[in-house]
Design a binder for this molecule. Structure first.
Ligand SMILES: N[C@@H](CCC(=O)N[C@@H](CS)C(=O)NCC(=O)O)C(=O)O
Length: 199
């Protein structure tokens, strides 16, 4: 295993994209991260990667222990599909600049309605996609890529956007399972050194 101390993660406590990367790093047993500064960018020597999906796939290639992508082609596609729904069809629509734009154009209520609408659409798709494949975790009994993307999104849905998770029983059950895992607990926004004390 390469030297963990060479990796520096630039992050932000509340960023769900950063939370994904923290979970992946925790799963791959990196314990020492340098103080975080900005939403996810990983610096590894002279390599700088500025996107959580790219960072996680880089970690997967470089540190194959605790694989996040299954070898089985169908299961791998399922994991990539779930991760992509989160990273392409939900998170960009709840991103800060988008929410600020809606609030400035309309008001805070419209902002919340906008976010809830897009999160609910994505969660409905994920619930349908995963309910027949889920085991203890999203695609079986191992923690995989889909889980790394789902946990921060469900957390944001619950804590920031008041999503009613009873509509999504599979996702709600998965969230309970994530909350039991140390790698996921340590990545929670409120556990980060840059989180405000009132959060
Ligand atoms: N596709 C990028 C998206 C990065 C992104 O949208 N980051 C969000 C936090 S999750 C952010 O920086 N929001 C604050 C801003 O844009 O000012 C990734 O997955 O890393």
């Amino acid at each position: 295993m390469a030297e963990p101390a060479k990796l520096t993660l630039y992050s932000y406590w509340r960023s769900s994209c950063s939370q994904r990367v923290r979970i992946a790093l925790n799963i791959k047993e990196f314990e020492k991260l340098n103080p975080m500064k900005y939403v996810p960018a990983l610096v590894d020597g002279d390599t700088v990667i500025g996107d959580s999906f790219a960072i996680i796939l880089y970690l997967e290639d470089k540190y194959p222990q605790q694989p996040l992508l299954p070898r089985d082609a169908k299961k791998k596609a399922l994991n990539l599909q779930a991760a992509s729904i989160v990273s392409s069809s939900i998170q960009p629509l709840q991103n800060l600049p988008v929410l600020q734009f809606i609030e400035n154009k309309f008001n805070a209520d419209e902002k919340l309605t906008w976010a809830q609408n897009h999160i609910n659409k994505g969660f409905a798709a994920l619930e349908k996609l995963l309910k027949e494949h889920a085991g203890k975790y999203a695609t079986g009994d191992e923690v995989q890529l889909a889980d790394v993307f789902l946990a921060p999104q469900i957390y944001a849905g619950l804590v920031r956007f008041q999503i009613d998770m009873s509509l999504y029983p599979t996702l709600a059950r998965l969230n309970d399972a994530y909350n039991e895992l140390p790698a996921f607990q340590a990545a929670l926004p409120q556990r980060q050194p840059d989180a405000p004390s009132s959060s």
